[in-house]
Design a protein around this ligand. Structure first.
Ligand SMILES: Cc1ncc(COP(=O)(O)O)c(C=O)c1O
Length: 384
């Protein structure tokens, strides 16, 4: 007799992982692969972070910590908001998490009930809608286009039928890299405040921006949940370390959930994270490398035929409208990988409805990879 499998787990896969598998198979077969699909830095954690972790392994117990994290890390994160955003923050509102992914789970569980409805822009990071769905919360997709710079707007929210309980924003966004300016973030903060909607601000790409610094929702609201991570700017994806700044009313529910779900975030990573906060000079060199990659691709991709690129204000992605080349981005990515060795992510991962004519290129890897990939794509599309 077949045993029961809960409907809750019937959520879509993360398609980029399928692309990654195909790319790795090709590489294992001895062929060259240019990885522009994965959204992670091609660099290690800063040198001093690795040293701090080595020392902690020798000297520390590496036991459980308080569910909200070790005090020096929470204090360091509060100091980060003073230095980077001019905000005085009580370290008691800082929650250290297992990556921002752990933060999403805690936030969605604490802030929303089954049947609630939460708005978010499409295209967007797929885990938001998939985690919400798994929890019985309805993701309400706002079809944001180039006109809205792929970000939610009060007008798009006004167009939604029925009640909304929350809004998720990401600035810089994945997959587009577009950012909300202060005034735009303020409008969304006001919209949510006027209607009793919970604002969740994913700030994981903060620190990686090219023309102006990203505004934190913390500068504008004491009710928003701020989610951040050591994965991107700090180049520490596999350390599984993130943080949140939570409003007072969610503190105790999130604490009880965190105690029961995770006990604590990885202790070794928490200790190393204290040092990471202090490595901005080294990390800004990584950002300078992303800036060079971005400039190279913005110059070369249009010559290859990828003419319609979202303005990547931050993060390390270029979201290309490829309606001139295909209306099946999955098949296009497969063929591109097979014929050029360049791996990119089909837009359907980020926008199930309109992603069929979009691709995401990640420029988080080495400069030489970007140059080689652009050269291959130029030859390919010109000859095709
Ligand atoms: C927008 C966004 N949020 C959250 C995450 C999850 O990151 P982590 O759990 O490593 O902090 C990612 C990962 O790619 C992302 O792009």
């Amino acid at each position: 007799m077949a045993l029961k499998v809960a409907a809750r787990g019937a959520i879509p896969p993360f398609i980029v992982m399928d692309v990654l598998r195909a790319a790795n198979e090709r590489a294992a077969g001895g062929e060259t692969v240019h990885h522009l699909e994965v959204g992670q830095p091609g660099t290690k954690a800063p040198r001093r972070v690795i040293e701090a972790a080595k020392q902690a392994l020798e000297a520390d117990l590496i036991g459980y910590t308080d569910a909200f994290g070790i005090p020096p890390l929470r204090q360091g994160i509060a100091a980060h908001y003073r230095a980077q955003h001019g905000v005085e923050l009580d370290p008691g509102r800082v929650v250290v998490t297992t990556g921002s992914s752990g933060g999403f789970l805690l936030t969605f569980l604490a802030a929303f009930d089954v049947g609630d409805r939460v708005a978010l822009a499409a295209p967007g990071y797929p885990a938001y809608r998939n985690i919400l769905s798994a929890l019985g919360v309805e993701p309400v997709l706002l079809a944001a286009g180039a006109e809205q710079r792929f970000q939610p707007t009060p007008q798009l929210l006004d167009g939604v039928d029925g009640r909304l309980d929350g809004l998720i924003v990401a600035s810089p966004s994945n997959p587009t890299g577009t950012m909300l300016r202060r005034g735009e973030m303020q409008e969304l903060v006001n919209y949510c405040a006027d209607r009793g909607m919970r604002l969740v601000s994913d700030e994981i790409y903060h620190g990686i921006s090219y023309d102006w610094p990203a505004v934190s929702a913390l500068e504008l609201s004491a009710d928003a949940v701020i989610i951040n991570s050591f994965s991107k700017y700090y180049s520490m994806t596999g350390w599984r370390l993130g943080w949140m700044v939570v409003p007072d009313d969610l503190k105790r529910p999130i604490e009880c959930l965190a105690q029961n779900l995770f006990i604590s975030a990885p202790t070794l990573s928490q200790i190393a994270g204290i040092t990471a906060l202090d490595c901005r000079a080294e990390l800004d060199e990584y950002v300078a490398c992303y800036a060079r990659n971005r400039a190279l691709l913005l110059e070369e991709l249009p010559k290859a035929g990828f003419e319609n690129l979202a303005p990547a204000d931050g993060a390390f992605y270029l979201y290309a409208d490829v309606a001139n080349l295909t209306n099946d981005s999955e098949a296009f990515c497969r063929r591109m990988l097979a014929e050029t060795g360049v791996a990119a992510t089909p837009g359907v991962d980020f926008d199930p409805d309109r992603g069929h004519h979009f691709l995401r290129f990640s420029f988080a890897g080495p400069e030489a990879t970007m140059a080689a990939a652009a050269a291959r794509l130029k030859t390919w599309l010109r000859s095709g």
